[in-house]
Every structure is written in structure tokens, then in C-alpha cells.
Write a protein that binds this ligand. Structure first.
Ligand code: B16
Ligand code: MG
Length: 215
């Protein structure tokens, strides 16, 4: 089926907030005496805040109140860092790609696992470029469940098979495939090689190739 909409993941595709997330989790973990490292942080890419904490806790179970306190602490540090974000923080090629999609009269959307997505989008001043924005508040089941992408297609008024998703995370590619969408991986094959198509970075994405391959 031909593509009518391009759905962009936010962190890792349009901008790179991974370092901010990492520093905020590390600060929380250090203060709380939890084991965490850059290597472990790689497993957190694209997964929800709660799932990230579960990965850090590595099987250790905590009461819900304590889970909430640790998530809130990390999020406070992350939101402090987001205050430094400006329009300069777009990943190379991202704005050009979104504009190209719009020029082709395709619909555009952001579908991010982040509950801070709207703050990030407004710091980047790109809100007007999208027909709709779905974020960590939009659905209950986070990626790798297909829910966020299906919700986005519904808001765009297109069929799932008419959507191509640009994703940098393993969980995001899983979610796009589960939603029956054309999944485009951004990053190394070890992470997103199970996508229908893979580009090394946002700057390398070729819209023509996506539209041809998905057809
Ligand atoms: P928050 P994406 C994801 O955004 C991030 O990649 C992931 O590292 C983060 O844990 C998740 O959002 C939740 O973020 O704590 O701000 O709600 O890649 O789906 O745009
Ligand atoms: Mg991402």
C-alpha cells in the first residue's frame, strides 16, 4: 500500500536527548546507591520511564511509592537539563527531512514514548511541522506494544499500512512492525537491523527509497 504518513520518533531521530536521560539516571542512581553505567544505559533507549527504572533495578522489587519517588527524582534532573535545549539541538538532517515529507504532501506525526515530548518539541520550535503529536501520555502500553503508533494513525486518519515509522530503538522497531507499519531503523544493524529498511543516521535517510520500498 502506498505511504500517506511518516511517523517520527523523537529522541534519537529528531533530537538526541539520550545523553540528558543518561546523566539524569546516573545522578539518581549514584545518590540512591544503585548500580548503573553508560553500558547499562544503552538498554534504556526508547523504553518508558518505568521500564527504564525496572532495568536499572535488575529484578529488585520496590514498593510503588518508592518507584514513583525514584522516577520523579530522575525526571526532575532531566527537566532541569531540558531547560538548556534550543533550536540548535535538532539532529543533522532532521528539519530538512520533515520539510521534504511535508512538501510531498504526506502527513507528519511525532510518536514518542516520552512524557516530556511536548517540552522538547517546543524547545526545538517544530510543533507547527506536525499534523499530530503522540507522547508518553497518549496510551497505556508503551513500545514495544503497537498502541502508540496505532493511536497516531487513527489521529492522522490513515490506515496503519499507510504509515512509515522512523525509529532509533529496538523496542520502537518492534512496535512499528507489530502495528503493521513500514519500519525504518535509524542506527546500527545490531539495534534496528530487524526494520524493513535501515539508515545509519537521520542525515542518511532517503525519503524516495522509503516510499519505493514500502509501495
Ligand atoms: P520520559 P522516544 C523515549 O523517547 C526515550 O528514548 C527513552 O530513553 C525515555 O526513557 C522515554 O522516552 C521516556 O521518557 O522519561 O521523558 O517520559 O525515543 O520514544 O522519543
Ligand atoms: Mg527514540
Amino acid at each position: 500500500m502506498s505511504i500517506k504518513a511518516i511517523i517520527f520518533d523523537l529522541d534519537g531521530v529528531i533530537t538526541d536527548t539520550a545523553e540528558f536521560h543518561y546523566q539524569s539516571w546516573q545522578r539518581m542512581a549514584d545518590e540512591e546507591g544503585l548500580d548503573f553505567s553508560r553500558e547499562k544505559n544503552e538498554q534504556l533507549r526508547g523504553v518508558s520511564r518505568r521500564r527504564s527504572l525496572e532495568i536499572i533495578l535488575d529484578g529488585q522489587e520496590l514498593p510503588e511509592e518508592e518507584m514513583q519517588r525514584l522516577m520523579d527524582k530522575k525526571n526532575g534532573y532531566y527537566q532541569e537539563k531540558l531547560k538548556q535545549m534550543t533550536t540548535e539541538d535538532m539532529l543533522p538532517g532532521a528539519e530538512e527531512l520533515i520539510l521534504e515529507v511535508k512538501n510531498r504532501n504526506l502527513k507528519t506525526a511525532v510518536a514518542s514514548a516520552s512524557r516530556n515530548a511536548r517540552t522538547v518539541i517546543s524547545a526545538l520550535e517544530i510543533g507547527d511541522l506536525f499534523d499530530t503529536i503522540s507522547d508518553g501520555h497518549s496510551v497505556e502500553n508503551p513500545k514495544p506494544a503497537p498502541d502508540l503508533f496505532l493511536h497516531t494513525a487513527e489521529k492522522l486518519n490513515v490506515e496503519p499500512e499507510e504509515c512509515a515509522v522512523l525509529e532509533d530503538a529496538e523496542a520502537g522497531i518492534d512496535a512499528a512492525l507489530a502495528a503493521d507499519m513500514f519500519a525504518v531503523g535509524i542506527g546500527p544493524a545490531e539495534r534496528v537491523g530487524h526494520g524493513d529498511l535501515v539508515f545509519a543516521s537521520t542525515a542518511d535517510v532517503k525519503l524516495d527509497v522509503i516510499l519505493e520500498e514500502a509501495d
